[in-house]
Design a protein around this ligand. Structure first.
Ligand code: SF4
Length: 372
């Protein structure tokens, strides 16, 4: 790890990352943030001048999937560059220190970087029985979260569990698990739902923070609009098959082999929002629907309870079979959120972008299947 008083440019030089790769990274981040290409230069200039802020990554009731997601990205934009954007002082999964030494490092950050460092939280926080179901170094997750997150400039809730409790909170939720916002209401949190979170979006939030000095514009769930502002159904490469009434009827049938629509196999794409179809996974190679599996709406609120059973299609609505069905659902979802968007003092550049972007997400509507 590089010292926090070192410039980002210097850190990149030491890592042998040349300017061509750096600009490629800035271009990818600008696109992920849904900013016009002209902002590539602004992003690059801001990152070059930035002093590396300190970052701590906390893990509570989790499977480490979000850490694995960002660490296993082989694309230099995420693994090499983003890791160098910040001085990572604490990350239980990968740090060399252990025991009291490691916990002392976390304490030093909270004490000496108060109000300046960023915290990433992965996993849910159990509240039942005084939080005894998750302890680190003899302290409960709740105690650690209450100590660290309010002292951070911002907290990124990475993944479904940190956002709303995720799988851990699914019925019957024996540990009383909740997301970080509910556990520590006073913390300044941005939620990156998804199971796991896409590392490109995590990187984009960090880059936005360094470029504009603040978190990106958010919806009512405090999720960044750039990642959660569009309905998946409207971005799906199988959409033409939906429109033409060509549906997979069972796994492995002719329609499945030909890449037809997965609506009847339980795809929740018409009611889910996320940039999964455009950002994709494995360095932009694919995403679940392209790979032949319906969307589970893993970036939707409380999806484990609300969106299951995952392999049953969305409730029958009058007129199903025509495009208007999903279109109507999507319009309802979009309209429901239009008046509920929370905008956090965004830069003028972001305001420009919002004027050209579709409105955000399905709040309550996304979690309530349409009545038959
Ligand atoms: S229902 Fe699912 S598979 Fe079909 S077009 Fe919509 S998002 Fe794609």
């Amino acid at each position: 790890m590089f010292p926090s008083n070192q410039t980002f440019t210097r850190a990149l030089q030491q890592k042998g990352i040349n300017r061509r790769r750096f600009i490629k990274f800035c271009t990818a981040m600008t696109a992920t943030l849904a900013l016009p290409p002209r902002y590539v230069a602004q992003v690059a200039a801001a990152l070059e001048k930035a002093r590396k802020p300190v970052l701590v990554w906390l893990q509570f009731q989790d499977c480490a999937g979000n850490s694995e997601s960002i660490l296993r990205s082989s694309h230099p934009s995420v693994l090499e560059v983003v890791l160098d954007l910040f001085s990572w002082e604490y990350h239980e999964l990968v740090m060399a220190g252990a025991g009291h030494q490691a916990e002392a490092a976390l304490e030093r950050v909270v004490r000496e970087e108060k109000g300046k460092f960023l915290a990433v939280v992965e996993g849910a926080v159990p509240l039942a029985d005084d939080g005894v179901y998750c302890t680190v170094g003899g302290r409960t997750a709740l105690d650690i979260a209450r100590h660290v997150c309010p002292n951070a400039a911002a907290t990124i809730a990475a993944g479904a569990c940190a956002w709303d409790g995720g799988l851990v909170r699914a019925h019957p939720n024996p540990t009383g698990a909740v997301g970080i916002s509910e556990a520590v209401p006073e913390a300044n949190v941005i939620n990156l739902g998804g199971c796991p979170q896409n590392p490109a979006n995590t990187a984009a939030v960090l880059v936005h923070y360094l470029t504009f000095g603040q978190l990106p514009a958010m919806d009512q769930y405090h999720r960044p609009l750039f990642a959660y502002g569009r309905i998946i159904h409207d971005q799906c490469e199988r959409r033409a098959h939906y429109d033409a009434g060509r549906f997979v009827q069972e796994w492995g049938d002719e329609g499945h082999r030909k890449g037809w629509c997965l609506y009847k196999m339980g795809c929740k794409g018409p009611e889910a929002t996320f940039n999964c179809p455009s950002v994709r996974w494995n360095d932009g190679t694919s995403w679940p629907v392209k790979a032949g599996h319906g969307c589970l709406a893993c970036a939707s609120h409380r999806f484990w309870d609300v969106r299951s059973p995952f392999y049953e299609r969305l409730p029958q609505v009058p007129g199903f079979g025509a495009d208007v069905t999903a279109g109507e659902i999507g319009m309802g979802v979009t309209a429901a959120v239009a008046g509920a968007t929370i905008v956090h003092g965004i830069a003028s550049a972001i305001r420009d972008r919002m004027r050209t972007q579709p409105e955000a997400v399905p709040p309550q509507a996304s979690n309530q299947p349409p009545k038959a």
